[in-house]
Write a protein that binds this ligand. Structure first.
Ligand code: GLY
Ligand code: MN
Ligand code: MN
Length: 325
């Protein structure tokens, strides 16, 4: 009724034999079961996916509001850290965000990731069944999905104690530099792959400066090198919208091999993930995981960072931790 769409009972649905169906989840159960068994069309899925690449003003407003709701959720979670340290651990913080998301929006847009200490480097720690180590970093990757279905996807890595240790700050500073390089490389008209490359270049150089890369920066950045990817096994960003990984069925040409265009909505999210078991790295780095993830809208002239209400620098995060306690 809200959209003025004429509807009829599902029993009257008459689907022609050669109807093309995109997707799987909605057709397998409930009223959609009538469509089950129909031929899935990768082509239809691709076209629908590519139609979602450019967001209109209404969609952008929804994303802006989902991000604002998410930032409120970060504050709610931050306030619960002392209690979670005492009792409840990662489960309590995950539950705190999920309750917030259910209350102000529809739900979390994806399984809320809460990783303390050695769980932070694990992509993606949705089990969230550990304790909160008061001396360790706490990786929070959380997004409210609004009732319209549009979701945010934001990550901050905070020191549970409120203060970064020297080595935690060192890792966070490098991820921040990589993040800033990535943000700067998102520009209308530029290749999509540029921000990924810009972020990776900073990480490879930083890892080399620390003596952690077994090869030169040039070799690591070459196609057959990629040794720095040991510490970041995922990409640096993705389309964002109705799905957290929106537009996923797009062709290579329209997505990874495409161009950044005004109206696109995406994340930038470099990170460094040093596993507790990794004996190839200095002991002080083991068990540290840091990700910074912001949500952006591409404008005619540049970008708008929707999630800049949360700081990205270590000093700013310490201040935010103190102010929101
Ligand atoms: N929260 C999942 C992702 O960052 O892609
Ligand atoms: Mn993401
Ligand atoms: Mn995320």
């Amino acid at each position: 009724a809200a959209l003025g769409i004429r509807v009829r009972p599902i029993a009257e649905l008459d689907v022609v034999d050669d109807a093309l169906i995109a997707g799987a989840a909605v057709v397998a159960r409930g009223a959609g079961a009538q469509l089950d068994g129909r031929r899935r069309s990768a082509e239809l899925a691709r076209v629908l996916s590519e139609l979602r690449r450019i967001k209109d003003a209404w969609e952008i407003a929804e994303l802006r509001s989902a991000v604002a709701n998410t930032i409120d959720g970060f504050v709610e979670v931050r306030r619960e850290i002392p209690r979670a340290i005492e009792r409840g651990g990662e489960r309590w913080l995950q539950g705190t965000f999920d309750r917030h998301a259910r209350t102000v929006g529809q739900a979390p847009g994806y399984a809320t990731i809460v990783g303390s200490g050695a769980h932070a480097p694990i992509l993606h720690w949705v089990r969230a069944d550990g304790e909160i180590d008061p001396e360790a970093l706490l990786l929070l990757d959380m997004g409210v999905e609004n009732r319209s279905g549009y979701t945010a996807d934001v990550t901050r890595t905070v020191p549970a104690s409120g203060r970064f240790s020297d080595v935690q700050r060192q890792v966070h500073d490098l991820v921040e530099r990589s993040h800033r390089a990535g943000l700067a490389a998102v520009q209308p008209g530029k290749p999509w792959a540029d921000f990924h490359a810009a972020s990776m270049e900073v990480l490879a150089q930083g890892l080399s400066d620390w003596g952690v890369l077994p090869v030169s920066v040039d070799e690591a950045l070459s196609e057959t090198g990629q040794q720095h990817r040991r510490f970041i096994v995922c990409g640096v960003g993705h389309h964002l919208g109705l799905d957290v990984h929106d537009c996923d069925a797009s062709s290579y040409e329209a997505y990874l091999g495409g161009t950044i265009e005004p109206g696109m909505s995406l994340t930038v999210e470099p990170g460094l993930y040093f596993h507790a078991w990794d004996e190839t790295i200095p002991p002080e780095l083991r068990g540290i995981g840091v990700r910074l993830e912001d949500d952006l809208i591409v404008t005619e002239t540049g970008t708008e960072v929707l999630s800049d209400g949360l700081p990205i620098d270590a000093a700013g995060i310490e201040r935010w931790m103190a102010e929101t306690a």
